[in-house]
Design a protein around this ligand. Structure first.
Ligand SMILES: [Zn+2]
Ligand SMILES: [Zn+2]
Length: 477
């Protein structure tokens, strides 16, 4: 599937038409030279290593699985070329975005309630106010989780938490919220951030704070993952906001950039529904393991040392993810779902949360089925999941530190940003999310030496900008 300018971006129609005509001309010229020899030459790995022949065999086998309907050899070759070399769905008009999109209605509403026109630099009280509000809100939700664990915490995670550590963290967050709130109140003319943060923190303390007792056991089968949301938001914000402020790729991009509320809604809902997502994502692997294959056949990876298992799981998972990801780019309905992820026009640690639930579910279910079938131990799977939950956020971050030395072996922010880029050469490239070697093997790598993409987004019709519309719209087109 092709991508270019961001949805809703200002675009000079005449200029776009001229560029589109040029691009179509280039595509037609490329199609005219698609003999087997030129195709092979075009897709050989630049280093002369594993290239088109080996990859083509792998890809043919993958196609047999992915597109199993009856076909003649000719049709098979045509379908394979379309799948591999991206000649399908190709009438893109390219237009470069000149500025970030306008804020959504919810962005503007929250800006009116909590924002002001005063400076936001360090020491101005702005950062303290945001920290106070965030800490107060998360602390308040955490105390509610201690009061109502049967409703607000996820059964799949309950027994795994280090509760004494969480109580200590909650106490620290509540105290910090009050102190930061006081600093905000002292430094800023508009004090709504600090006062709200203090109010929420004091309310949480009045409800028992970190000392609320927990029942000996909680037996509900379904509960919202409020605690999962609060823990993840706190940890990720504490890690990535300072990282992005200290070493940004785009220095002018703010934390609360346009559409941040849309990505925040994706983050919130996907964490609240962690129980249902986990169940659905693991269902196919459980089905296969419990019904189709005898238990004794599951020992392929489990006997290896944990570090080796982890690397094997990482490679298997990314290989599986790679082909599922390519399907989402090539098949029209799947692309409508996946376009939601690509519609972010500003990349940062929160942008990676923007993903249609069915997109996330299909990928996780496929990956987990392969990992379970390979016989990985629970420890190796847990290690892999911990790595993914950090790395998937990292590769979307607005983090501009020089990591070129890492590019050959691990996907970096610059590498994945090119997967989201609008420029012609980057379209349908960089499908791997952990191991760049996969893109080198299958001829889909695009990584200029040092520069970053100029713009991000999609072009196949505008993508909705609010959460609910992004969930529903793929089924209406
Ligand atoms: Zn993609
Ligand atoms: Zn992405």
């Amino acid at each position: 599937m092709t991508r270019s300018a961001g949805s809703g971006a200002p675009c000079d129609a005449a200029g776009a038409g001229a560029r589109g005509a040029l691009r179509l001309h280039a595509r037609n010229a490329a199609r005219a030279s698609t003999t087997p020899a030129t195709i092979a030459q075009r897709h050989l790995a630049p280093d002369g290593g594993i290239g088109a022949p080996a990859c083509r065999i792998l890809a043919e086998q993958a196609m047999d699985v992915l597109l199993p309907e009856p076909h003649t050899p000719g049709l098979h070759t045509l379908a394979l070329d379309r799948f591999l070399f991206g000649t399908a769905h190709s009438t893109t008009v390219e237009c470069m975005r000149s500025s970030d999109p306008a804020p959504t209605a919810l962005d503007r509403h929250l800006g009116r309630v909590f924002g002001d026109n005063d400076p936001t630099g360090f020491g101005s009280g702005w950062v303290a106010g945001v920290g106070s509000l965030l800490g107060g809100a998360l602390g308040f939700f955490a105390v509610l989780c201690f009061h109502f664990p049967q409703l607000l915490t996820a059964p799949v995670l309950r027994s795994r938490y280090p509760v004494p550590l969480l109580r200590g963290a909650l106490q620290a967050v509540l105290i910090a919220s009050v102190l930061l709130g006081l600093f905000n109140v002292a430094r800023r003319r508009r004090k709504v951030l600090g006062l709200t943060g203090i109010f929420l923190a004091v309310a949480a303390m009045a409800l028992g704070g970190a000392a609320v007792p927990l029942p000996d056991s909680v037996d509900t089968k379904f509960g919202l993952g409020v605690e999962w949301f609060a823990i993840n938001l706190l940890v990720l914000a504490l890690v990535f906001v300072p990282l992005e402020r200290a070493l940004p790729h785009r220095r002018e991009q703010r934390v609360f950039r346009p559409e941040w509320t849309t990505d925040g809604a994706h983050f919130l809902i996907s964490h609240l529904l962690v129980q249902a997502f986990s169940w659905a994502a693991l269902f196919p692997s459980r089905l296969v393991r419990d019904t189709l294959i005898p238990a004794r056949d599951f020992a392929l990876l489990g006997s290896l040392p944990l570090p080796v298992q982890f690397l094997a799981v990482l490679a298997l998972a990314d290989l599986t993810q790679y082909w599922i990801h390519r399907c989402f780019h090539r098949l029209p309905f799947l692309w409508r779902l996946h376009a939601v992820h690509h519609s972010s026009m500003a990349m940062d640690w929160l942008a990676g949360s923007r993903m249609h639930p069915l997109d996330a579910l299909a990928t996780r279910a496929g990956v987990m089925t392969v990992v379970v079938l390979a016989g990985a131990s629970p420890s190796a799977v847990a290690l892999y999941l911990a790595f993914v939950s950090f790395h998937a956020v990292f590769i979307h971050a607005n983090f501009g530190a020089g990591l070129e030395w890492l590019d050959p072996c691990l996907v970096t922010p610059r590498y994945h940003h090119f997967h989201h880029a609008t420029e012609t050469e980057a379209i349908d490239k960089n499908f791997a999310v952990h191991l760049p070697v996969l893109d080198r093997m299958f001829g889909t790598q695009f990584l200029p030496e040092t520069r970053w993409p100029r713009a991000y987004g999609v072009s196949d019709g505008p993508v909705a900008r609010t959460y609910l519309a992004q969930i529903i719209d793929p089924f209406r087109k």
